[in-house]
Design a protein around this ligand. Sequence first.
Ligand code: AMP
Ligand code: MG
Length: 351
Amino acid sequence: MQTEVIRIDDVRVQSKVLKRAGEILRSGGLVAFPTETVYGLGANGFDGEACKGIYLAKGRPSDNPLILHVANRAMIGEIAAEITPLAEKLLAAFCPGPITLILKRKDIVPDEITGGLDTVGIRMPENDVARAMIKAAGVPVAAPSANLSGRPSPTTAEAVLNDLEGRVPLILDGGPCEFGVESTIVDCTGDIAVILRPGAITEEMLEEVAGRVMIDPALVGKDAIPKAPGMKYKHYAPKAPLTLVEGAPEKVAGAMEKELLARRKQGEIVGVLASEEVLEELGSLLPDDLGYCYGAQGDLPAIAASLYEGLRYFDDTEAESLLAEGTTSEGLGLAIMNRLRKASGFTSIRV
Ligand code: AMP
Ligand code: MG
């Protein structure tokens, strides 16, 4: 299969391209598309066979459910059995936006999407290409991130092409994603909001709207089984093994330097994903092409936006192992640290 990449600069001027994307989706095909979080790999959300194609293209385990992307409120009514008062509040405050609501599903939702659960994940993206594509399709669009299973999520069309060339007929290129980490998944089936996956909408933002907010215990401890099935898999992993270096910001550079020198003594080529400050301190110790700057220390939106590009960057270098600088777990930092921990397979050096 040939993969075509089409740059979309204006959804109105290029409405023909979006119409074609809608036709591919309606007829059972796949389309990769930008959202404000990461790129998605979409299929007709009412067509179980089409959704199987997503699992096949990604190599995704079949028990890991897909999120249904909608363009408007009416589409939510078609797929959710009940919109709880909690869901109403979150819809009013954050939709469209980078949040996924877990609600009881209607029978019309194919089993292939939900991995056998009686709930469904629903998201209304804000990105105008995503919205125009869903409207053109006229059906909810089932989509996980558009990467090969286990790899860092794609935040550019090039990253999608790298993973899925020959596996998807059309990639809509909307430029780099705004947030760079996936949506916050919130269980809204009860009275209390439960975060199943941290993301761009933070715990603090949810608390302001929903009062009490809980975090799925499996996200903080390692033993419990996560309620979002996808969270149990090793994920976001670059090809070279990654170690997280975390602790007081002013001590991280020293710890990195020590580890870097020790590894180099063993003949290892080491890559470093870190802040401007840490890379500056490492200075000439680190060849330019083996350092990737993810933003200024503590600039969480910048770090989130460049995290996956940073992880993917090292796949094309000679680096045999990687060190990544951790950040705070407050606010957006919770999502960043969740992804970095998973990318590291939970190996870290604490200072
Ligand atoms: P991805 O699109 O790659 O971010 O994957 C979608 C994520 O949503 C995975 O972590 C899934 O486990 C999660 N998810 C989708 N539907 C549900 C659901 N009904 N209940 C809990 N988690 C879900
Ligand atoms: Mg994913």
